[in-house]
Design a protein around this ligand. Structure first.
Ligand SMILES: NC(=O)c1ccc[n+]([C@@H]2O[C@H](COP(=O)([O-])OP(=O)(O)OC[C@H]3O[C@@H](n4cnc5c(N)ncnc54)[C@H](OP(=O)(O)O)[C@@H]3O)[C@@H](O)[C@H]2O)c1
Length: 227
């Protein structure tokens, strides 16, 4: 498949490396490719600069958000919560069309330090804001409740027996994403929480996720919904 991943951070890098290794054509989108390649420092939690990462992953292309999306069959949003709307606006409604967009972003505001707060909650969510702004795009909120390394390798914790939440308005898109996440990364226990308003819940889970990370001293954990 031809996959566009919007975002040069650790999530974009991790997803891109895993999908390219599986033989997909992957293009990462960024605001300014030349500026991104010129950055010398790593931006935590990424361990190396994007330039160094790209040298180790030469099969993954880097392009503007618009160029990355134009030829893609599917789009993954891995931009910061505060930058997500602007990134999709740069990509453009025409290029996004009716594509499936897997949204892994969280509406985290780090401007007042740690822990971050949510820019939107309770009666709205980033997932809903993006869906309202791009009504034709088939958003599936997924992967935002686990650390990047676990997104592509659920087996790294509890043999892969833990739960991934998805939600979105388009039933076919959700069924397709569910299948892809199984095929790509081995996800087995995927719970569909309903329409895109369920993004309120998966995004408001972040304060618990952050405190658990702090309590355990490692981001390699997830929840399991036991029936
Ligand atoms: N880190 C994790 O393990 C993890 C786990 C689950 C979910 N998430 C979520 O996944 C997303 C990506 O996280 P991350 O840690 O990989 O990276 P990040 O630092 O949160 O985001 C980096 C990306 O956001 C873009 N960006 C920032 N401000 C922007 C703006 N004003 N306009 C357009 N684009 C902008 C950057 O563009 P440039 O390339 O142009 O700099 C870059 O591509 C976040 O929403 C995060 O909450 C992260």
């Amino acid at each position: 498949m031809n996959i566009a991943i919007l975002g040069t951070g650790v999530v974009g890098q991790t997803l891109a490396a895993a999908l390219a290794e599986k033989g997909h054509t992957v293009t990462i989108g960024t605001r300014d490719p030349a500026e991104t390649m010129a950055r010398a420092a790593a931006k935590p939690p990424a361990k190396v600069s994007f330039r160094e990462w790209q040298q180790a992953n030469p099969g993954v292309k880097l392009a503007t958000f618009a160029d990355a999306v134009r030829s893609a069959n599917v789009v993954i949003n891995a931009t910061s919560g505060v930058g997500a709307m602007s990134a999709l606006e740069d990509a453009g409604a025409d290029a996004l069309g009716e594509k499936i967009l897997i949204d892994a972003s969280n509406p985290l505001d780090f401007s007042k330090g740690m822990p971050p707060t949510l820019t939107v909650c309770n009666t709205d969510s980033l997932g809903e804001q993006l869906q309202r702004a791009f009504p034709r795009v088939r958003f599936v909120k997924a992967l935002n409740t686990i650390t990047a390394a676990l997104m592509v390798n659920p087996a790294a914790v509890n043999g892969g027996d833990h739960t991934l939440f998805i939600c979105g308005n388009d039933a076919d898109a959700k069924a397709t994403v569910k299948r892809w996440l199984g095929e790509w990364f081995g996800w087995q226990d995927i719970v569909d929480l309903g329409d895109i308003t369920a993004a309120r819940g998966t995004e408001m889970y972040l304060p618990i996720w952050l405190r658990t990370w702090s309590a355990l001293g490692s981001p390699m954990f997830n929840v399991k919904i036991v029936r």
